[in-house]
Design a protein around this ligand. Structure first.
Ligand code: DGP
Length: 115
């Protein structure tokens, strides 16, 4: 069996994280290396490696995650001014943890195009 990812260990409460939201399907916690005043990661509890591995059966889950993102943006106080949601997929996008995750970034302005 392959080794658990760091995010699976957070889901299983084997390592600590600053959790801001949890339900049966997902978990949100502060990024350990924040790139903005607010930087939270939202992950499904289901082990999906990346956006490329989302199956049709996962579509209701992904919809749920975006509902949680909307609520979290309000809860974190970044909805009014705007925020960015990012999911890095694969090598070119610098994905480092092979468990699907959405970065929710806010509290400052962001440039476009991204680096
Ligand atoms: P990505 O490059 O998109 O795969 O981003 C992975 C993010 O995960 C990165 O911003 C740092 C964060 N991260 C890595 N390990 C940990 C950890 O142990 N705890 C927390 N809270 N965040 C982590």
């Amino acid at each position: 069996m392959s080794e658990k990812t760091i995010f699976k260990k957070i889901i299983d409460k084997e390592i600590p994280a600053k959790i801001v939201y949890e339900d049966d399907l997902c978990l949100a916690f502060h990024d350990v290396n924040p790139q903005a005043p607010v930087h939270v990661l939202l992950i499904p509890k289901k082990e999906i490696s990346s956006t490329s591995d989302i199956a049709p059966v996962d579509e209701p889950l992904i919809g749920h995650l975006f509902g949680v993102i909307r609520s979290l943006a309000e809860q974190l106080g970044i909805a009014a001014d705007g925020y960015r949601v990012v999911s890095n997929c694969g090598l070119n996008a610098c994905q480092t943890v092979p468990h699907l995750h959405f970065h929710i970034l806010g509290g400052r302005g962001f440039g476009w195009p991204p680096g």
